[in-house]
Design a protein. Structure first.
Length: 67
């Protein structure tokens, strides 16, 4: 059994612990409540619907889902 200490392993564990603490702090500080959040602007419905076209092969696919 080895009894010598490994400074690289200790450095890794210290870095891992510091990173975990930093991530927890960032999550706590970066939290935004609903009151602080901006309300999303409504997207134009015409633009959203212009990309979807129900074609015969799509209708056939939908029919297979109903069966």
């Amino acid at each position: 059994m080895r009894t010598t200490s490994n400074p690289e392993r200790r450095r890794f564990l210290k870095t891992l612990g510091a990173g975990t603490a930093a991530a927890g702090a960032a999550a706590a500080v970066g939290h935004v409540t609903l009151v602080q959040a901006d309300t999303p602007k409504a997207a134009p419905t015409e633009k959203a619907n212009s990309n979807y076209h129900e074609t015969p092969h799509i209708r056939a696919y939908y029919a297979t889902l109903r069966d």
